[in-house]
Write a protein that binds this ligand. Structure first.
Ligand SMILES: C[C@H](O)[C@H](O)[C@H]1CNC2=NC(N)=NC(=O)C2=N1
Length: 112
């Protein structure tokens, strides 16, 4: 269990700073299976989880949705046959906040 996954998201509003590059690099060591794409200038965290069939992928997608609602921090979730792609970023700041890394670690904890 990563240390990140034990943390709680902090309330984050527009104007909050994006995570610093150095802290991001350090914390990404706890998220080895996640990529950091930049889309339309927005830095994101993304991981593809694979499953034996659609039903298992669907169940995991639902768990991620429940987690997001519980933390009131929401990802992009792409559900396909045997795959779920989860993308975290903070809409309010148009980039990555430490909350996104916490949520990525919590998402990994659902999968393990
Ligand atoms: C209105 C606004 O979307 C809400 O305050 C919350 C909901 N969930 C959220 N989720 C994410 N990923 N980023 C946000 O900025 C965000 N804001």
């Amino acid at each position: 269990m990563s240390e990140l996954s034990t943390l709680k998201c902090e309330a984050c509003q527009a104007g909050a700073p994006q995570i610093e590059e150095q802290e991001l690099a350090q914390l990404m060591r706890e998220l080895p299976d996640w990529a950091v794409p930049v889309r339309a200038g927005v830095m994101q965290l993304e991981r593809v989880y694979t499953f034996k069939n659609f039903k298992l992928a669907w169940a995991f997608a639902n768990q991620v949705a429940e987690l997001a609602e519980a933390e009131f921090h929401h990802p992009g979730i792409l559900l396909e046959w045997g795959k779920v792609t989860v993308t975290w970023w903070t809409h309010a700041i148009g980039g990555l906040h430490k909350n996104d890394l916490i949520m990525a670690a919590k998402t990994d904890a659902l999968f393990s």
